[in-house]
Design a protein around this ligand. Structure first.
Ligand code: SAH
Ligand code: SF4
Length: 407
């Protein structure tokens, strides 16, 4: 149901005195819920469709911007305590590589992090990667700036990626991850998850359908520990915002019941598992959750998931210097995947340092050797380029830092 939000802006001309009230969010409600709501106001279902258009395709921020609605209906919704409740970008950090990290304000005044990568996240390529779309000149300037600034015509994005958070903080306690240091504050609602996406699409003046947008649910939090809200957000983004699920990837640290349930979903993003180690011994030291659900059980559950013949599963593997980056580890990974009989991609992620985390980055030659070893063993491996490391936007660096790192 609708989450509650404190709207800070005044509703132009409508019930100004209500502006400081706790309001109920419309953003996040699916069409059926909107239909029930307008019914309560004594209106026909087409009013709900108009509202869905305004919320999810026109990206309005205020009830008064729902111009297909008569003023009286806007006022009625307002009087009943409803507001749009689209999460707001409250701070922007811009990296030299064009990545933008946002603090997005959600209900209760808290903020979550969302990241915009205009040129993708550098990991596993899209299936149709070679296809040339539009007029991207490939010049860094062209790729990095969004066209609407400095009066340029809007650029057409080829594989822009939005990294979305699912919780405030995280309960999983992976030893190498900065988000883990926050502990878990709370789950995000479906509206807050989908709202991060819409807030970024709006800021970047994206045209869904023309621009190719990928979503990765790899921001703060463990999506499978906030399963319902995460999947509700996915359905909203697919059905209402019109981003196909084939352009979405969700990453999990390995929540077995979540993986099993996810496998039964009729509409679902692609799955990535944060493998991060080649055996349970090493994995337990860096991801204590392994004691609950060991690698073999996770791989077996993934194996059970229905897949299209061409589908591959992505495994993420954060390389920690001296911990999991030796050739024998690469050999163990090859063996694991062979035993599990899984067509897979491996995304190698060079560990991004964070204050107070006692790991070291792998040597570049070790990263290279690790990748070559995997490839020689028949495992497709990609090295994910770090994005926005200078603004703490890279994987595992999301911790609501408002400073800019000197890295
Ligand atoms: N909680 C989910 C999704 C968010 S984390 C998960 O763990 O899969 C997204 C990815 O960032 C995971 O693969 C995680 O292993 C990786 N990661 C976490 N901290 C990192 C760090 N400091 N450097 C590089 N990658 C990191
Ligand atoms: Fe949570 Fe993922 Fe970080 Fe682990 S790596 S603590 S699951 S956000």
């Amino acid at each position: 149901m609708a989450g509650e939000v404190q709207l800070v802006h005044l509703l132009d001309g409508i019930g100004e005195d209500a502006a400081t009230e706790v309001r109920k969010c419309l953003f996040g409600l699916e069409l059926q819920q909107l239909t029930e709501l307008v019914h309560e106001f004594g209106h026909k279902p087409y009013r709900a469709r108009q509202l869905a258009q305004a919320l999810y395709r026109d990206w309005v921020s205020e009830l008064t911007e729902v111009t297909t609605w008569p003023k009286e209906l806007q006022a009625e919704a307002c009087r009943a305590g409803y507001g749009i409740g689209l999460p707001k970008i409250s701070q922007v950090f811009t990296s030299i590589d064009g990545t933008e990290r946002y603090l997005v304000r959600v209900s209760g005044g808290q903020t979550v992090e969302t990241v915009w990568m205009p040129d993708g996240d550098g990991g596993v390529p899209d299936e149709d990667e070679d296809e040339v779309v539009g007029a991207d000149t490939g010049q860094p300037e062209d790729r990095m700036a969004s066209g609407h600034r400095r009066g340029r015509p809007p650029q057409i994005y080829r594989r822009a990626t939005i990294c979305v958070s699912s919780q405030i903080g995280c309960a999983v306690n992976c030893q190498f991850c900065l988000t883990a240091r926050l502990g878990i504050e709370r789950n995000l609602t479906a509206g807050e998850i989908a709202g991060q996406v819409v807030a970024v699409l709006k800021r970047q003046k994206i045209k869904v359908g023309r621009d190719r947008i990928n979503l990765v649910f790899m921001g703060m939090g463990e999506p499978f520990l906030n399963y319902e809200a995460f999947m509700d957000a996915v359905r909203l983004l697919v059905k209402e915002v019109h981003i196909p699920e084939s352009r979405m990837t969700v990453s999990t640290s390995g929540i077995l019941p979540g993986i099993e349930r996810f496998g039964k979903e009729p509409v679902r993003p692609k799955l990535a598992l944060s493998l991060n180690a080649s055996n349970n011994g090493v994995r337990e030291t860096i991801m204590p959750i392994t004691r609950k659900w060991p690698i073999e059980q996770l791989l077996a559950a993934i194996q059970q998931m229905p897949r299209q013949p061409r589908d591959r599963v992505t495994f993420e593997y954060v390389l920690l210097g001296g911990v999991n980056d030796r050739v024998e580890h690469a050999d163990e990974v090859i063996q694991l995947l062979r035993n599990a009989n899984l067509p897979a991609y491996i995304n190698l992620i060079v560990w991004n340092p964070g204050p107070g985390i006692a790991y070291s980055q792998p040597q570049p030659e070790d990263v290279d050797r690790f990748q070559k070893r995997l490839m020689a063993g028949g495992v497709k491996a990609f090295i994910r380029r770090p994005r926005g490391r200078d603004i703490y936007a890279a994987c595992g660096q999301l911790k609501r830092t408002s400073e800019v790192a000197g890295v």
